[in-house]
Design a protein around this ligand. Structure first.
Ligand SMILES: Nc1ncnc2c1ncn2[C@@H]1O[C@H](COP(=O)(O)OP(=O)(O)OP(=O)(O)O)[C@@H](O)[C@H]1O
Length: 251
């Protein structure tokens, strides 16, 4: 039977030369939900992401993914198991077209390595699937444009398409709305909501309107520790949370 929680951490702790960036974090991410990690600057959100995705080794604690202990796994292992992190724009090849970027991403899970000398007919078989993903993220009108030419919000949509190409079971989004204007935010919010239908999303996001709008569960971190957890209503009514956000500009 599938585990209720896709990710469970126990006592997750990370020291950097004596400084404790993450302390005793026990986080449970329920399968099929959108879960947000929020908190003031320096609260440890990115470090928690780096620990879960195995870009950093914890100083203490355990991480379970689908019930398996991945505390000692490496990032490639866990990507193969279906946990994929969407990187910021760097994940996209700037001078390749939208279609080419998604096609390349699609070749990864099938184990077909990308060979520039492959006959075009082989690569063209990927076009249908690539176009489906491009349509899903609303980029059909720009499929032949080089990624570098896209406005910011649409680059982020492309990045989500390349992440979806890997068909992740758990998708980690690192500040998906960073640097976006109003229109892009609502477009990408709709997209995240749609793509979350049959997968789990864990995201770090500073925009509290987006967090309120999308998240089933919110974990608030402060100084490396969990301060509160629950629905947006729960955490926004929590006096400690309100205090933590005072004067940070995010309140
Ligand atoms: N590699 C590192 N070496 C030393 N200290 C680090 C390192 N990475 C993070 N830190 C420190 O750990 C703390 C938590 O950082 P982290 O980036 O996880 O916070 P955050 O909540 O993601 O912040 P922000 O919202 O500003 O991105 C900060 O005080 C940061 O300076």
């Amino acid at each position: 039977m599938a585990q209720e929680y896709i990710v469970e951490t126990t006592g997750l702790t990370k020291h950097f030369k004596g400084f404790v960036a993450v302390r005793d974090v026990s986080l449970r991410v329920r399968r099929g939900t959108i879960h947000a990690l929020i908190g003031p600057n320096g609260a440890g959100k990115t470090t928690v992401f780096n620990l879960i995705t195995k870009f950093l080794d914890p100083s203490a604690g355990q991480i379970l993914y689908n019930g398996d202990d991945i505390t000692k796994a490496n990032p490639a292992d866990i990507a193969r198991r279906g946990m994929v992190r969407s990187f910021q724009i760097s994940a996209v090849f700037p001078h390749l077209s939208v279609l080419e970027n998604v096609r390349i991403a699609l070749q990864r899970p099938t184990g077909v390595s990308f060979h520039f000398w492959r006959p075009h007919t082989v690569l063209d078989n990927l076009n249908d699937k690539a176009r489906e993903l491009i349509a899903a993220v609303g980029l059909s009108d720009v499929e032949t444009e080089p990624a570098v030419e896209l406005p910011y919000g649409r680059k982020r949509a492309l990045e989500i398409a390349t992440t979806l190409a890997l068909d992740p079971e758990l998708m980690l989004l690192d500040e998906p709305m960073a640097g976006m204007g109003h229109e892009d935010i609502s477009r990408v919010s709709d997209l995240i909501r749609r793509v979350s239908k049959d997968r789990t999303v864990l995201m770090v996001e500073h925009n509290l309107n987006v967090v309120a709008d999308l998240s089933d569960t919110i974990t608030v971190l402060q100084r490396g520790e969990i301060l509160a957890e629950g629905s947006y209503e729960d955490v926004s009514n929590n006096s400690e949370v309100r205090e933590a956000y005072m004067g940070t500009g995010h309140a």
